[in-house]
Design a protein around this ligand. Structure first.
Ligand SMILES: [Zn+2]
Length: 87
């Protein structure tokens, strides 16, 4: 019993370090999500594309003097499918 618990903890700590590794490699920004309109943390998934940590939607960064975020259109969604994250 104790042995199997130790195994679980070991597996968890492995996942945790994986998670930390993941977060140390991703670029995060704060911005207003166009989907849920929350000021939230956005995780860079690929260049110019971000994922909202509040609602989970993928959005696009658009820089034109100021930085804005837009919901993805069908073309963007297709592009993301063809160009998945480099991970
Ligand atoms: Zn959102």
């Amino acid at each position: 019993m104790i042995r199997s618990l130790a195994k679980d903890v070991d597996a968890m700590s492995k996942d945790w370090s994986k998670l930390l590794k993941f977060f140390s490699h991703v670029e995060t920004v704060t911005g207003v999500c166009p989907e849920c309109h929350e000021q939230t943390m956005l995780i860079s998934i690929v260049s110019d594309y971000y994922r909202c940590t509040s609602c989970g939607e993928d959005i696009k960064q658009y820089v034109n003097g100021s930085i804005k975020y837009f919901a993805l259109d069908d073309k963007d969604k297709q592009w993301l499918k063809e160009n998945p994250s480099s991970e």
